[in-house]
Unconditional design. Structure first.
Length: 275
């Protein structure tokens, strides 16, 4: 069972290899968001008959102290052979200059630990180096990537410049891998929240702000019929402070929605001086 990546969210001019500089210039909004999860569609090959659950996403810190993330997705999946309970728990910390990223991801199925991914990723002049502690002690090196907060900052910076398309490799620590995930992103123009928007009440004061429609396709390098195809595609609404909502996550066999149910905005970290 594939779960949505934290970088949906979770980005630079179109290029594949670069060292991210000055990606923490803006202040991302610290917040806690709760999303209701539901099955949107399935294809003829899918064994999934129903899906429901909740996603609690907490983002804290500041541009000068770094950003911490806590996420927990709990889903109940109805399948042809019975019901399964999926529980994914993620914690991570990205330092202020987005050069070091620490992560722990635990995935449970029916309350039994299915996998644990733990380690530290670092950027240098040679690329990205990931020192895994779990599921085994091993070091992997691959191309220069963006970590989640830097990725989101790039997306917002590009959108502010009117650049509607770009791609970038990303590493978010949610899977044990020896390569980065390439992400292609399309960003729409800002538009206001409509009065009849079903998430307007949960948005609170953000219902007065504009948002952008974003679609991100994630590629793991595999090819089908000689062409590379996306592993999955995420569409969502992104506010200029980094809050995301109204998500549609599409996999090969099924798609699911994540609708904003509750949102709490936190004050800016007092240890970070205003600029």
């Amino acid at each position: 069972m594939r779960l949505p990546r934290l970088a949906i969210a979770l980005l630079a001019p179109v290029c594949t290899f670069f060292v991210p500089l000055d990606v923490q210039a803006r202040e991302l909004q610290a917040h806690r968001a709760v999303y209701n999860l539901a099955l949107a569609d399935t294809n003829d090959d899918s064994e999934i008959e129903s899906l429901s659950g909740r996603w609690v996403f907490e983002f804290s810190g500041s541009k000068c102290s770094g950003y911490a993330l806590k996420s927990r997705i709990v889903m109940r999946i109805g399948m042809s052979e019975g019901e399964r309970l999926i529980d994914q728990q993620v914690t991570s910390f990205e330092d202020a200059d987005s050069q070091t990223f620490r992560f722990v991801t635990k995935s449970f199925i029916d309350e039994e630990l299915e996998s644990e991914v733990k380690g530290t990723a670092k950027l240098d002049d040679e690329g990205t180096t990931v020192a895994y502690e779990q599921p085994e002690k091993v070091e992997q090196s691959f191309e220069t990537t963006l970590f989640p907060s830097a990725f989101l900052n790039r997306l917002l910076d590009n959108a502010e410049k009117g650049e509607s398309f770009f791609q970038s490799p990303i590493f978010d620590g949610t899977e044990f891998t020896d390569s980065a995930i390439m992400t292609s992103v399309v960003v729409g123009k800002p538009k206001p929240v409509e009065e009849n928007d079903p998430e307007a009440e949960a948005l609170g004061e953000l219902s007065e702000d504009e948002f952008m429609a974003v679609t991100a396709a994630y590629f793991d390098g595999e090819k089908s019929g000689g062409e590379e195809v996306s592993d999955y595609i995420v569409s969502f609404k992104l506010h200029e402070n980094g809050v995301q909502r109204d998500m549609l996550i599409r996999y090969d066999e099924y798609s699911m929605t994540a609708k904003l149910a509750d949102l709490t905005l936190f004050d800016t970290d007092d240890s970070c001086p205003a600029q």
